[in-house]
Ligand binder design. Structure first.
Ligand code: MF3
Ligand code: CO
Ligand code: CO
Length: 332
């Protein structure tokens, strides 16, 4: 091996995904600390096993022709087209969004019930796909901006947008399942983080704090208030508990379009001045980390992981602003 020329904050040459200073730097400076190549390889293998890596994707799942597709599903690149405004929805659209939201929640419940050690994320995708179609809906992720599957499955250090594949869930993992359904012309978007078998206290606490972040974000929604209030409530609670808030991914307006204005930051962002008005529909979907909240992207262009490979969790609901607060649309 040639002499390392990495700086402390670069990713380690061993492929662990950790910063050089947290991984092999000491060993490289003091060869005696890692007695021989054998020990070095064992260390590499140990780290490689601890972190998620891409598996093999199954062939694309088909949607029956009688299911209505969102416009992007007919575009080869899955481009979503013009952005919808943040304006309040009319009563007819809201009625449809209640139905789509309930369907999304049911699908999430069905997929979540299949989480156990030994299941692959592709098997979970197959369930999400079938459950959307069974309800007459289209699985919104499929083809969206080229996303290849019907569900997002984000394991351990994966922040969001993990692609279902041959990855086998194992005892002690945590997995976020993000379900979106397009039903009767509107989307319902919801996610939750599930425990796989026996999960240690550190990860269980992360999951519970993240669940509470969503609860607090929703409680901050008041007509006449601002979008900013939501992120402020989440950040205050998360950081108070010693956790990080991911900045790079936000909640979003939703309706006939999957993603639209407003952008719902999960941290206090003074630029989020949009006034909350009854009838506005958007998601809140905080991503919370045990360690560093900065992210890094896998080569697939979708899978976002924490830079330090610390674990992260997320919960999401679609909601509508009411005269007094918020109504959660993605409930069974
Ligand atoms: N459901 C995700 C969200 O909460 C978006 C997934 S986009 C996809 O906004 F293309 F990855 F499916
Ligand atoms: Co969303
Ligand atoms: Co989602």
């Amino acid at each position: 091996m040639s002499a390392p020329t990495l700086s402390a904050n670069d990713l380690c040459h061993c492929g662990s995904g950790r910063k050089y200073k947290r991984c092999h730097r000491i060993a490289d400076l003091n060869p005696d600390r890692v007695a021989n190549e054998q020990a070095r390889r064992e260390e590499q293998a140990r780290l490689a096993e601890r972190y998620v890596k891409p598996g093999k994707q199954s062939p694309r799942r088909e949607v029956p022709p009688e299911i209505a597709r969102p416009p992007y599903a007919n575009d080869p690149q899955g481009r979503p087209g013009v952005r919808e405004s943040a304006a309040p929805k009319d009563a007819e659209t809201l009625a449809k969004m209640r139905v789509a939201g309930k369907a999304a929640a049911e699908v999430l419940q069905a997929v979540g019930a299949a989480v156990r050690p030994g299941v692959t994320t592709d098997e979970l995708d197959a369930i999400a796909h079938a459950e959307c179609i069974r309800r007459g809906g289209y699985p919104s992720p499929l083809g969206y901006n080229g996303f290849p599957k019907s569900l997002c499955t984000s394991v351990n250090e994966v922040i969001c947008h993990g692609i279902p594949d041959s990855t086998v869930l194992k005892d002690g993992d945590i997995v976020n399942l993000d379900v979106t359904i397009y039903l009767d012309g509107v989307h319902g978007d919801t996610n939750a983080t599930f425990l796989v078998g026996e999960v240690d206290e550190e990860s269980r606490r992360l999951v519970e704090v993240t669940r509470e972040c969503l609860v607090r974000g929703i409680a901050a929604v008041k007509p006449g208030g601002r979008v900013r209030d939501i992120g402020k409530a989440i950040q205050t609670y998360a950081e108070g508990e010693g956790y990080g808030v991911v900045r790079a991914f936000v909640g979003h307006g939703i309706g006939r379009a999957f993603h639209s204005d407003p952008q719902v930051y999960h941290y206090d962002n003074p630029s989020a001045r949009t006034e909350l008005l009854p009838g506005m529909t958007f998601t809140i979907e905080p991503m919370i980390t045990i360690g560093d909240w900065h992210h890094e992207m896998w080569d697939d262009g979708w899978t976002a992981v924490t830079v330090d490979r610390s674990r992260t969790a997320q919960f999401e609901h679609t909601l509508v602003v009411t005269e007094t607060g918020a109504e959660i649309l993605t409930q069974v």
